[in-house]
Design a protein around this ligand. Structure first.
Ligand SMILES: Nc1nc2c(ncn2[C@@H]2O[C@H](COP(=O)(O)OP(=O)(O)OP(=O)(O)O)[C@@H](O)[C@H]2O)c(=O)[nH]1
Length: 335
């Protein structure tokens, strides 16, 4: 897992290998005057693949990989020997990597599953050797095919998935503070073009070396879905999070109303967001004594029949273990 730098956008020039040349060769052997054609085929040029890897979270490892080139196919030889295939190259990427052609800006494909392998630059086919071209009218063809050329592409890799859990809340709800007490590693996030806002990403270490990623996505304000504020840009990143964690501070006059506004923003942006698992966290509960908490609970039980909720305090470290347990079980009961 990459710690220290979060990169969700890289440009890489990739090229596949050329196909090897087919050979034009005539069989020669002592005492055989006129041997037949025996030129072998050229080998295939190497492909460049992208491969999904679920333990990668960023594109940081590719930040300095400006060029990736696969090997050329070997030429065919006499005695029908086939040239060796060029070496394939595999570029490992996190799930949710979108691949774009820089020149046309067209999306080529997306890698969504662990182990998924897709060719981004296809190696050239090897040429056929002259052995294939023998016929009754031409028993000694002096012709063989060249290999097919390589493919080159300037590609852009963009990462859509930021996290397993996306924090959703108004400014000041306590998202950053929660993230800081929950997470053990805090990857620094690359600057986004046109904005100084950055999603804040952290890795939550869970029992027995398990972990999940949680992101505080800034900029969700009322009206974000219509492009007010910078919400829109960041909403893109929570599209694929598996669980949404809504954060509403305990001193909010109407918790249900605030929750509804947040849900509505997400819905306007993309109704599918509402298919995700949701959980509500009432933050800053150190401000509340037990009596008020019990009263509030009665109200919340009425308002949130289908959404699990939890009282927490990042400052007083209350409810955090329960929160991690709950999130973990939600992440693992999906699908
Ligand atoms: N009493 C109390 N205050 C808290 C708690 N968590 C956060 N705060 C305070 O609430 C304020 C906002 O907290 P942040 O974590 O910055 O909130 P945020 O949601 O990240 O805000 P933005 O970055 O503006 O989106 C800060 O003054 C925090 O000190 C808590 O558990 N208890």
């Amino acid at each position: 897992m990459t710690e220290g730098n979060f990169v969700d956008y890289v440009k890489i020039y990739v090229s596949s290998g050329k196909g090897g040349k087919g050979s034009t060769h005539l069989h020669r052997e002592k005492f055989i005057e006129k041997g037949g054609p025996d030129g072998g085929d050229g080998g295939r040029g190497g492909h460049v693949y992208l491969v999904g890897n679920k333990s990668l979270w960023t594109l940081f490892h590719l930040k300095f990989a400006r060029h990736v080139k696969a090997g050329h196919g070997g030429d065919g030889g006499g005695d029908r020997s086939t040239g060796a295939d060029g070496e394939d190259k595999f570029i490992e990427v996190p799930l949710g990597t979108v691949v774009r052609d820089k020149e046309s800006n067209e999306i080529l494909f997306e890698i969504t599953e662990h182990g998924e392998k897709k060719i981004v630059a296809q190696g050239g086919k090897g040429g056929l050797g002259n052995w294939h071209f023998r016929s009754s009218t031409n028993q000694t063809p002096r012709y063989s095919q060249p290999g097919l050329p390589s493919e080159e592409i300037d590609m852009i890799l963009e990462l859509k998935v930021l996290a397993d859990v996306g924090l959703v809340g108004f400014p000041n709800a306590g998202k950053s503070t929660l993230l800081s007490v929950l997470t053990s590693a805090k990857p620094k996030i690359a600057d986004y073009p046109f904005t100084t806002l950055k999603p804040n990403l952290g890795i939550v270490a869970y029992r027995d070396f398990k972990s999940f990623v949680i992101a505080d996505i800034p900029g969700i304000i009322e009206g974000a879905a219509e492009g007010k504020g910078l919400g829109h840009y960041f909403l893109r990143h929570i599209e694929r999070n598996s669980t949404l964690l809504f954060l509403v501070p305990v001193d909010t006059p109407d918790i249900k109303a605030e929750y509804d506004i947040l849900v509505n923003e997400l819905k306007k942006y993309n109704p599918e967001m509402l298919d995700k698992e949701r959980m509500l966290v009432i933050s800053k509960c150190d401000m509340l004594d037990d009596e008020l908490k019990s009263e509030l609970k009665i109200q919340l039980d009425k308002d949130f029949k289908n959404i699990p909720y939890l009282f927490i305090s990042s400052v007083a470290q209350q409810g955090l273990t329960e929160l991690k347990d709950k999130l973990w079980s939600m992440l693992n009961t999906e699908n």
